[in-house]
Design a protein around this ligand. Structure first.
Ligand code: ZN
Length: 302
């Protein structure tokens, strides 16, 4: 018998964390290379997430995969409570790596993968995927481009490499005309076109856009640059009013969780402020009945 009761669509929240090597004020990497944002930052965040049932998605840069202690820490996390995925900063991995590594002290990452020749972009994604698979014992299924530098071809590459989810689209933002998402008007998860990542199309990949309003406010608790709790709440309210199904995608970086390892948090107080914003957001979402998912658990229905 058919079920005719109308279902209230659930609201979904995904927390995505770009996992980077420690960096300085303008994202130049630490020298000597350090990984405090992994060693101290991730356990802090993971504990907070677990107390609210939030399942963070750690999208890992190739500059972190060279550090065995970082890999061990990430490997030790319970896969029921989080997800590990991939995050490409193409200068750190071949073919044609600008910084061949494995020591990435004092590097200045500037590249966006949408500027590479197509075969180079595919090669870098393939190497990143292989490296992840070798280290963790399974293939990643979720991805974000470094500096959000993804394009339609990126989607094609991800699909060929077995990814099911991408979260590189930052609606309404135009990154120096290199990655331009100003025409991205689909704010819920969608299947993107392999010609234009902003448009709906026939890819099997699910695109989960980062939650940004037309006024360019982000669901991003970054201290000194992005949204305090009141602004985060405004973004949440805007999405609930304008976007169905409501799938909120928040982002920040692991290196914001420790002082002086990113352009943002300078002091322990800054880091505490970031965690306060995150916790207040979790509390609000709990009160509003959100379902907490990893990226891989998101469907185009929420
Ligand atoms: Zn990044």
């Amino acid at each position: 018998m058919e079920n005719h009761t109308s279902r209230t669509p659930h609201k979904t929240y995904v927390l995505t964390i770009d996992v980077e090597i420690d960096a300085g004020p303008k994202w130049k990497t630490s020298n000597p290379a350090t990984y405090e944002g992994v060693y101290r930052g991730i356990p802090l965040l993971q504990r907070l997430c677990e107390s609210y049932g939030v399942k963070p998605v750690y999208l890992i840069s190739p500059a972190v995969l060279v550090d065995p202690r970082s890999v061990d820490l990430l490997k030790s996390l319970d896969r029921e409570t989080c997800e590990l995925g991939a995050h490409l900063h193409g200068e750190y991995i071949g073919p044609m790596a600008t910084f061949p590594g494995p020591d990435f002290s004092g590097c200045d990452p500037q590249e966006m993968q949408c500027e590479y020749d197509k075969d180079i972009e595919f090669g870098k994604l393939q190497n990143l995927t292989r490296k992840f698979t070798d280290l963790f014992g399974y293939a990643p299924t979720s991805f974000r481009a470094g500096r959000f530098g993804a394009r339609g071809w990126t989607v094609e590459c991800l699909e060929q490499l077995g990814y099911t989810h991408d979260t590189s689209v930052t609606p309404f933002r135009n990154w120096n005309n290199i990655a331009d998402f100003s025409t991205a008007t689909t704010l819920s998860p969608y299947h993107p076109s392999k010609e234009n990542i902003c448009a709906q199309g026939d890819s099997q990949v699910v695109e989960v856009p980062v939650s940004i309003t037309p006024e360019l406010e982000w669901l991003r608790p970054t201290v000194r640059k992005f949204s305090d709790f009141t602004q985060c709440q405004k973004v949440i309210d805007w999405y609930e009013t304008h976007v169905t199904p409501t799938v909120l995608c928040s982002m920040f970086h692991n290196v914001e969780l420790t002082p002086n390892t990113s352009p943002y948090c300078k002091t322990e107080e800054d880091c505490q402020e970031l965690l306060n914003r995150v916790e207040q957001t979790f509390q609000l979402l709990n009160e509003r009945g959100y379902v907490f998912k990893t990226l891989s658990q998101v469907t185009i229905d929420g």
